[in-house]
Design a protein around this ligand. Structure first.
Ligand SMILES: [Zn+2]
Length: 333
């Protein structure tokens, strides 16, 4: 991987130009990744990350709403705001081709991106954050949900400010919110698909609610459906994926696959068809162990679920499947 130079810019205000700038033009305001420090009444800052993935615009739009709100309200709490992968945003893609995913660089690694993440982590850790929120969109259709990494009361309360569903997970490794969960309550807020106004409002409301929290009460605000991840579903790079019965391919999935997200799928139901044999669908647990035969059994060309599962993040977007995975299988925690 050819090395590039990455620098972290620092600001103590939000530039006015944010309001009239589209996410893809972010580099006209922030030429490089930028950490903005804002002073508020409570000194322990709320850390907010936007656009770790360049094509997920919800964080940028929430930042616009926050800036408009701040024009008329004093900040109840200090903030650290990270404007993440501006180069990927310019390309309107998850990440820059050939470069690391900005939501996988928060544990050890040798690239300039990993060094950038370490620099942000050091500054943030020293600031003793009240909480950390990383705003993301999903490729597939999902309800609002959070990724949470520790079953601690403050983390669950933070989750409950946002959604009734959460995945308790340490997978995939190297995510921002997991790294932050070592020293503060931290979640990834998965805000549904990009470009949906209601999702942007939900993200902004989460930030506003977290800013107004004076302290952690030690309980969630609503009853959470908390799931643990049994495995991440991967499809072999060479396998041809089809979403239509009878089409020529290696893996056949239903076109309505995304409708299964956060809905229970019973034991014995068909998940996929493997048309030409082979281990083209594999499921790995948090530790990377192959658990395919624990979750699927074969019946002819059909893959059936061995137990009741709740899928999440399933997508029919082939580019997303290839770059990341097909989705996850979860069980109630
Ligand atoms: Zn993302």
């Amino acid at each position: 991987m050819a090395d590039i130079e990455l620098r972290l810019d620092r600001l103590d205000h939000t530039p006015a130009a944010i309001a009239r700038t589209a996410a893809r033009d972010v580099r006209t305001v922030f030429p490089e990744s930028t950490l903005i420090s804002l002073e508020g009444r409570h000194p322990d800052p709320l850390f907010l990350a936007v656009m770790e993935h360049g094509n997920e615009t919800v964080g940028w739009e929430a930042l616009k709403k926050l800036q408009a709100w701040m024009a008329h309200h004093p900040l109840p709490r200090s903030m650290l705001i990270l404007i993440g992968n501006v180069r990927a945003a310019e390309l309107q893609s998850r990440m820059v081709p050939g470069r690391p995913d900005y939501n996988r660089i928060w544990t050890g690694g040798e690239t300039p991106e990993h060094a950038l993440a370490q620099q942000v982590l050091e500054i943030a850790r020293a600031a003793k954050p009240f909480a950390a929120i990383d705003l993301h969109n999903n490729t597939g259709a999902n309800p609002l949900y959070a990724l949470v990494h520790k079953e601690r009361a403050p983390d669950l309360q933070l989750t409950s400010l946002f959604a009734a569903h959460a995945m308790l997970t340490r997978n995939p490794p190297g995510t921002l919110s997991e790294a932050f969960s070592d020293f503060c309550p931290a979640i990834t807020a998965e805000c549904g698909q990009s470009g949906v106004a209601a999702n942007e409002t939900a993200a902004f409301n989460l930030v506003l609610d977290a800013l107004h929290l004076d302290h952690w009460r030690g309980a969630a605000d609503l009853e959470l459906d908390l799931y643990t991840v049994t495995g991440r579903i991967e499809i072999s790079p060479e396998a041809r994926i089809v979403f239509e019965h009878g089409a020529d391919g290696d893996v056949e999935l239903p076109a309505s696959l995304e409708k299964w997200n956060f809905f229970d799928r019973p034991a014995g139901s068909t998940f996929a068809r493997v048309l030409n044999g082979g281990d083209v669908i594999r499921v790995r647990d948090d530790q990377g162990r192959d658990v395919t035969t624990d979750v699927f059994r074969r019946e002819g060309d059909r893959l059936l679920l061995t137990r009741d599962f709740t899928p999440a993040m399933l997508t029919v977007n082939e580019a997303a499947i290839r770059a990341d995975c097909l989705g996850y299988l979860m069980e109630k925690a």
